[in-house]
Each structure stands twice: as structure tokens, then as C-alpha cells.
Design a protein around this ligand. Structure first.
Ligand code: UN1
Length: 501
């Protein structure tokens, strides 16, 4: 099937110019709901392009860092306003390149809008501390300094929200950036950069270089002039990046895998828990780091929950995310589909009971896309691979548990620690759970997804490396503390010595 409009060949944005990649080659961006539809052709960038982008960002750094933060923020305000106007168009194109349903791509753009406004507001704060000195006639304060050129590597599941989580705090703090968007979803990130250009961001302050992780991401990580790397993606890639950044002590923020759990206690509102497990497990076709891929249900309500949950999963309508009657879109690409199919086989071999789905959809309206049925395994054992490993697809594993203690042990018994949730009406259980669940995010009576932009986002254990993004926590990562002592005594004053007599 031919595309209605000839697909555009997109360019990199380097030093304020839209330029073709040195390789002259492009990467096709195809609609995962209909692979006949070519969304666009994006630069297959290589080290040469990355070097130019880093140089442009380095050259722009001095004037950008000296631009007063409230002025930097004004550009972000304008960008947020343009995003508001374009929300619908960007969302539609995002569904075409990524597959998730329109309500969710609208949410993705809204998340970028929220983050851009939030960081614009920070331009008039960026608070440090002032505090008394221990010595007379001496003034002490701490201020935030920008770090330099930031290399940002972003995933395909939130193609504009996550780039905004990284770019906006980086920019408001006075850094310059080079972003390498996900190969599967560069268009949404291009729109974000275009919007910043239109909002008046000076040349070189934000640059975009698209391409593969190997040919474009790796040279960005390894470039000596890149002082900071922020990466969202798999734990395996995160480890490689962390090691690559270690010799030069680059600042590194890593946001990686998840195996998030919903705990359903006896006495919980079961219908509410079913709603949450459906949304948390099958929203974005399960392709969120925060997806609720495990559900642990108290034995007393296990039968009722699983019956209702399985029935709802079976009723979900799979299709093109642009169709109003679609509940769940395709997965992003063939490799992801293969991973999902592999894990369904593993689950069956491990002896989990397949209660819904389990099959690829590839006939009729599904023939040209990467569709998979919403899949539920029940009667799972927490040690099964489908209960331990991140699948990143529409597969949920349900396990019976006998007590809150057991549920928390099961919840914490994975290598990841991003998000967790408990459904209960028992206030004691709720408070114990939020204290003892070893994850960066805990929800009570809500699913594992749905983080808001003004709070810290990130996880423990192999999900993260101790940093958080989003919220004011992002400001901590994208700035460096500088402590300033101003001595106006006109004499040598020795701390710890001259004031201790
Ligand atoms: C991710 O899964 O990679 O909380 C990010 C959520 C979204 C962000 C998810 N606001 O699910």
C-alpha cells in the first residue's frame, strides 16, 4: 500500500542548522500497526555527525550558561505554549511511529508540556542555600552551576515525554545538549527540538543526531567533551554506558528496567484493583518501565480477582492506536514481538497457566503490524522467569500470596526496583507497604504507572544508579553545587581553628 504523502527525509539539527548526515544514509521509520506506512526517513548518523553536534554544543555553552536563568526559562515557556498548540498533531504522528493509542500519545505530549512548564518555573528559582559562616565577617552560600555538554539517549516508549524530562532541566540549568532519540521513534523528538528552535533557543544549545545506539549513541557516550550522560533503556545497555563513562568520571544518570508489582490484599476494592491491573499491565501494550507485569493477589480474593481480570483482558480490543475503538495498540517492532513470543513459551514451559491471550495476531487488519493478544498467566510462582525478567510487552503474571509479609517478599524478590502498588483498605497495611517496598515509586490504590512530572522518578537496585529524574530531583542531576565563601574580614581566618578558642 502506497503512503498518501511522500515521506519526508528528516535531517539532524546541529548548531542551529538542519543538516544531512555525513553517511548520506537514512533509517526508515515505519508504523508498527501497518509496516507499509513509512512515517519518515531519519539520518543514520555516525561519529562524524556526533562530533559536529558536540562541538556546536560546546561552542554554545559559554553564552548559554551566562544567559540569566529566568531568560533561559522564557524560551521554555514559549516552547510549552507551542507544544500546547501542536499537541494533537504531535500525538497523532506519535501513534503512527510508536503504536500506542491516541489517548496515551496525547498524555505523552501533555507530560512534555508539564515538564516544560515546570522547568520554566524553575528558571526563577534554581535555589541554593545561604547559611551563616562559623567565622565573623564571612558569608557562605551554595549555588548551582551548569555542567557542560549533556549527551541524552532516549527510548521509544515515551518519545517526547522522556526527551523533555532530560532536555528541559538540562537547559534551564544552563547546559547545552545533544540528544540521540530512539531509532524507532525519532519523529516526536524532532518535533520537540523544532519547537525549541521556534521558541528562540540559540543555535547550538540543543542538537539532535538520530541513528542507532552503536553508530550514534556510542560516540556520544565516549566523546571527551560530553560531561554528562542521561540514558533511559535496558539494564544491559545501561551497564555498558556506566562502564564507558567511568574512566572520565562523567556524570551518569541511568533509568533502566522494571518488574513492577501490584499487590491486591483481601478487603481491597477488587473492581478497582482489576481496573488498575488492566491499565497498568496493558497500557502502552505493557511497554513501560513502570508496567504492572506482576500481580500478587491474596488467596482469599484470588479467585474473584483472576476471574474478573482474565475476563477483562480477553475483552480488550487490539488495533491501530488511531482508531477510536482500540484499547491496545501493537508492540513497537518485530524484535519486541519476538521477545514477547519467547517469554510466552517460557511461561508455558515453566508450568504457568495461560488464562488469556498468548498468540500473535497477524491476519486481517493485523496482517501488516506487530500485534499480540493481551496475555495473562495465572497460578505463577514468583521464581519463574516470567515473574523475574522484564518482558516489555502485554504479558501479566498473576501469583497467589497468603499475607502482606509474603507479598512484600515477593515484590522485593526481583533485581529491579522501579514501581510498586498495593490495593488495600487497611491503613496499617498501606503504611507498612509504602515503607517496605524497595522501589523508587509506590502507589496505594492505583496501578504502577502514572507518575507526575513534578515528583522524582526513578528506581532502586538494577533499575537505576541512585539518581532521579523529573521533579526537582532533575535539577540536582543537571547542575553541580558550587560552594562560595566570601570573607570580608580583611584578615586570615582559619576555619575550625580560629573560632574554636
Ligand atoms: C516509562 O515507563 O519509561 O509513570 C516512563 C508512567 C509515565 C512514565 C513512564 N508517566 O508510567
Amino acid at each position: 500500500m502506497a503512503t498518501a504523502v511522500a515521506p519526508t527525509a528528516y535531517k539532524n539539527y546541529i548548531g542551529g542548522e538542519w543538516v544531512s548526515p555525513a553517511s548520506g544514509k537514512g533509517i526508515e521509520n515505519r508504523n508498527p500497526a501497518n509496516t507499509d506506512e513509512l512515517v519518515g526517513i531519519f539520518p543514520a548518523s555516525t561519529e562524524e555527525d556526533v562530533n559536529l553536534a558536540v562541538e556546536a554544543a560546546k561552542n554554545a555553552f559559554d553564552s548559554w550558561r551566562l544567559t540569566p536563568a529566568p531568560k533561559r526559562a522564557e524560551i521554555l515557556y514559549r516552547a510549552a505554549e507551542i507544544l500546547v498548540q501542536r499537541k494533537e498533531d504531535i500525538a497523532r504522528d506519535m501513534t503512527r511511529e510508536m503504536g500506542k493509542v491516541l489517548a496515551e500519545t496525547r498524555g505523552d505530549v501533555q507530560e512534555a508540556i508539564d515538564m516544560t512548564y515546570l522547568m520554566a518555573g524553575e528558571g526563577r528559582r534554581l535555589f541554593g542555600q545561604t547559611t551563616p559562616s562559623e567565622l565573623p565577617n564571612k558569608f557562605a552560600m551554595s549555588v548551582r552551576s551548569p555542567i557542560g555538554v549533556c549527551g541524552l539517549i532516549t527510548p521509544w516508549n515515551f518519545p517526547i515525554a522522556i526527551p523533555s524530562w532530560k532536555m528541559m532541566p538540562a537547559l534551564v540549568c544552563g547546559n547545552t545538549v545533544v540528544i540521540k532519540p530512539a531509532q524507532d521513534t525519532p519523529l516526536s523528538t524532532y518535533y520537540l527540538v523544532q519547537v525549541l528552535e521556534e521558541a528562540g533557543l540559540p543555535a547550538g544549545v540543543a542538537n539532535i543526531v538520530s541513528g542507532t545506539g552503536t553508530l550514534a549513541g556510542s560516540p556520544l557516550v565516549n566523546h571527551p567533551d560530553v560531561k554528562l550522560i542521561s540514558f533511559t533503556g535496558s539494564t544491559d545497555t545501561g551497564r555498558i554506558i556506566n562502564e564507558a563513562c567511568a574512566p572520565a568520571f562523567k556524570h551518569v544518570h541511568l533509568e533502566m528496567g522494571g518488574k513492577n508489582i501490584i499487590i491486591v490484599m483481601d478487603g481491597a476494592n477488587i473492581d478497582l484493583a482489576v481496573d488498575g491491573a488492566i491499565w497498568g499491565g496493558f497500557g502502552t501494550s505493557g511497554q513501560r518501565c513502570t508496567a504492572a507485569s506482576r500481580v500478587a493477589v491474596h488467596k482469599k480474593v484470588y479467585g474473584e480477582f483472576t476471574e474478573k481480570f482474565v475476563a477483562r483482558a480477553k475483552k480488550l480490543r487490539v488495533g491501530n492506536g488511531l482508531d477510536a475503538d482500540t484499547d491496545m495498540g501493537p508492540v513497537v517492532n518485530e524484535a519486541q514481538l519476538q521477545t514477547v513470543m519467547k517469554y510466552v513459551e517460557i511461561g508455558k514451559q515453566e508450568g504457568a497457566k495461560l488464562a488469556a491471550g498468548g498468540h500473535r495476531l497477524d491476519t486481517g487488519k493485523y496482517a501488516k503490524g506487530w500485534f499480540f493478544e493481551p496475555t495473562v498467566f495465572i497460578d505463577c510462582n514468583p521464581t519463574m522467569r516470567i515473574c523475574q525478567e522484564e518482558i516489555f510487552g502485554p504479558v501479566v503474571s498473576v501469583m497467589p500470596i497468603g499475607s502482606l509479609d509474603e507479598a512484600i517478599e515477593v515484590a522485593n524478590g526481583v533485581k529491579y526496583g522501579l514501581s510498586s502498588s498495593i490495593y488495600t483498605r487497611n491503613i496499617n497495611d498501606a503504611f507498612r507497604a509504602q515503607r517496605d517496598l524497595d522501589t523508587g515509586i509506590v502507589y496505594v490504590n492505583a496501578p504502577t504507572i502514572g507518575a507526575e512530572t513534578h515528583l522524582p522518578f526513578g528506581g532502586t537496585k538494577q533499575t537505576g544508579n541512585g539518581h532521579r529524574e523529573s521533579g526537582l530531583a532533575a535539577i540536582d542531576f543537571y547542575s553541580e553545587w558550587k560552594t562560595v565563601y566570601m570573607d570580608y574580614s580583611d584578615r586570615l581566618q582559619r576555619a575550625q581553628i580560629d573560632n574554636s578558642e
